[in-house]
Ligand binder design. Sequence first.
Ligand SMILES: [Fe+2]
Length: 179
Amino acid sequence: MSASLQTSSGSPNAALEIYIEGLKNAHALEKQATQLINRQLERLENYPQVEQLLRRHLGETEQQIARLDEMLASFGEEHSTLKDLATSLTGNLAALGHTVMGDEILKNHFANHAFENFEIASYMSLITLAELSQRGGHVAALKTTLEEERRTAQALHDMTGELTRMYVSRTAAGAKADR
Ligand SMILES: [Fe+2]
């Protein structure tokens, strides 16, 4: 911990420490998201609407990482380099997205849906933490990211029925349906 965080005023500093940890966790989460998305893009063959959504969100995720880098850099050198250790929960979500199964397209869809909603809650929490730790200057960037995650989660949510119908009809026709 840096000396600047060890002042005597109590709770604002607690919020700040939690906030900085939260930013680091979000950074690790987004790095993991890029891996998950890239892995799916390499394998997708028959579901162009998924490919299009993932490609768009990959670009957004790279911007989100840049935003987090900038926020972390504002806390100084010791916070600007990250090990990006994944938490066990997101590790489990990621593992879901790495599973090769006959219904891979559906399992990945469920994992993507879970992942985006996990991110939504993370950024909502970060916005509150930014406010509590007097880092109001970060809120606009965090809200931009939150909006991107919400749009992506909604698009995933909305394509669930169509994706399922496509999977069934390709399977029924004896066509390659898994990815
Ligand atoms: Fe995301």
